[in-house]
Design a binder for this molecule. Structure first.
Ligand code: ADP
Length: 482
């Protein structure tokens, strides 16, 4: 794997960068709204206020107390208000301050002219202009002038003039600038502190897990990961704990397997070597019986190696199931036929009819062989192994019963494990590889078939398995037309 040259950023640095970007964005937004758009905002708000005041005046034009109400509005809003008719005659006029205003500097004539102009223009006019009146410091304010012509319900023509000063925002802007600056510094400090805190909380348990994982990689399967910190970190620790548990199980199995296999291989090899040497050194020992022992032991080795290969292939899943419909009953009959030469044993097979299943014939035969072989190995004095085929709810059950020593109830679960032998001190003639039932279990699991064992100590055992029935080729699934 190619290593990237640049070291990736740690959690702390990443969070810090995130916070940095966040602060810059917030700062930019503050700058935009508070500083750049301050004046346009302020103007828009001011204009809206002037217009709504104009409307308020308009609604009271016919009121007796018009003048008083205009005074109130002027006082509340700080807007200078003047109400005239089309001839420039004043009905009410109020100024918010003593400052010079356009309103009280206009002559009757110019007011009448203004009425005319605005009336022709469509009834309203808004103008922003620089005040002609100079402040004490020599500056001139910006002023909004709003004129509105209206006709009262009783047919009177009126003109409402409003004048409002736009306070310069420069001084406010300066204050805000300082505020934004201070805020930015505070945010930066707070952000850094928070980033540090969060990063420590997240990265500490991860660093601990990392250390543990290194131990695990070195082969310490007993390691346990502390499940604390954020949810994801906890889940990671749980997963690693699970993995460590599984690894240690596999390691245990591997050790057992090695010990078992080497023991099982060594015993026949010792026998073969021993007999071979005896036959070489002592001419009188060169008997057919001794040669037979060598052949038997070689056969035992072959079957052990075959079992091992079968099981490892089954467990690794490299052998696919070659399913086809076949006559299970016929298949069992053929298998039993092979045992004919075992003259002292009898193999009664009880069944009512031939049944068909959709399965891998070779593998199912192996299941039957293994069960019958075990029954022979562990059979009782009467040397009878009974096979039964029964049908129930669309399934066929095949059982193999012996009258042997039986299996202790607490061992019934374990016998399906690889290399498990109930009686480890068994006489050598009866010693198997301990793989037979594992192979049975694997094959039936692959088929999704049920299997099990019932056993009574001293009375015998019954091993069974079930497969779903499939229609026999003779059975026509089509209904004939009559
Ligand atoms: P083995 O090659 O040792 O027979 P198996 O996997 O076939 O290995 O069986 C595992 C163990 O289950 C056997 O060692 C034996 O103790 C027990 N067992 C299997 N079949 C029978 C049986 N029919 N009667 C009694 N015990 C049995």
């Amino acid at each position: 794997m190619k290593k990237s040259r640049r070291r990736p950023l740690g959690i702390w640095a990443q969070i810090l960068v995130g916070f940095g970007i966040f602060i810059v964005v917030v700062w930019a937004l503050l700058w935009l709204f508070q500083i750049v758009l301050l004046e346009p905002f302020y103007r828009t708000v001011k204009t809206a206020e002037v217009k709504s005041t104009a409307e308020a005046v308009e609604h009271r034009l016919e009121d007796e107390s018009l003048d008083e109400e205009v005074r109130q509005l002027c006082y509340n809003t700080g807007i200078n208000i003047l109400v005239t008719d089309e001839l420039g005659r004043t009905y009410s006029g109020w100024r918010a301050s003593q400052k010079e205003s356009l309103l009280n500097n206009m002559t009757r004539l110019s007011l009448a002219e203004l009425f005319n102009d605005v009336n022709l223009d469509g009834g309203q006019r808004l103008a922003v202009y620089r005040s002609p009146f100079v402040n004490q410091d020599g500056s001139q304010n910006q002023v909004i002038l709003y004129v509105r012509i209206s006709r009262t319900p009783s047919g009177l023509n009126r003109m409402v003039l409003l004048e409002s000063e736009i306070t310069p925002v420069d001084s406010i802007r300066e204050t805000l600038l300082v505020q934004v600056g201070v805020l930015t510094v505070v945010m930066a400090l707070l952000g850094t502190g928070l980033a540090l805190l969060i990063a420590r909380k997240i990265s500490r348990p991860i660093a601990a897990i990392n250390e543990g994982a290194k131990e695990l990689a070195r082969g310490d399967y007993a390691i346990r990961f502390g499940e604390h910190g954020a949810r994801e970190v906890r889940e990671l620790a749980q997963t690693l704990n699970y993995a460590a548990g599984e690894l240690s199980k596999v390691e245990g199995l591997r050790r057992d397997l090695l010990a078992n296999v080497s023991h099982d291989l060594r015993t026949p090899l010792t026998m073969i070597k021993g007999y071979g040497e005896v036959m070489r050194d002592l001419p009188g020992e060169n008997t057919p019986e001794n040669v037979q022992i060598i052949i038997d032991e070689a056969e035992r080795l072959t079957s052990l190696v075959n079992d091992l290969l079968d099981l490892s292939k089954l467990e690794s899943g490299v052998v696919p199931l070659e399913k086809a419909s076949f006559n299970l009953t016929e298949s069992i009959r053929l298998i039993l036929h092979r045992y004919d030469k075992l003259a002292d044993y009898s193999f009664p097979f009880a069944y009512e009819e031939d049944v068909w299943v959709n399965a891998d014939e070779l593998k199912i035969s192996q299941v039957v062989y293994n069960l019958v072989n075990n029954a022979i190995t562990y059979s009782g004095a009467d040397k009878t192994i009974t096979l039964r085929q029964t049908l129930r709810e669309g399934k066929v059950r095949v059982s193999v019963t012996d009258t042997g020593e039986g299996i202790p109830p607490d061992k019934l679960q374990d016998i399906w494990e690889r290399y498990y032998k109930v009686d480890k001190e068994h006489k050598r003639a009866q010693m198997g590889s301990g793989l037979g039932l594992s192979i049975v279990k694997n094959i039936l699991d692959m088929h999704g078939g049920a299997y099990g064992v019932e056993s009574q100590l001293g009375q015998g055992s019954t091993f069974w398995f079930e497969l779903p029935l499939s229609p026999s080729p003779g059975e026509d699934s089509l209904t004939p037309v009559k």
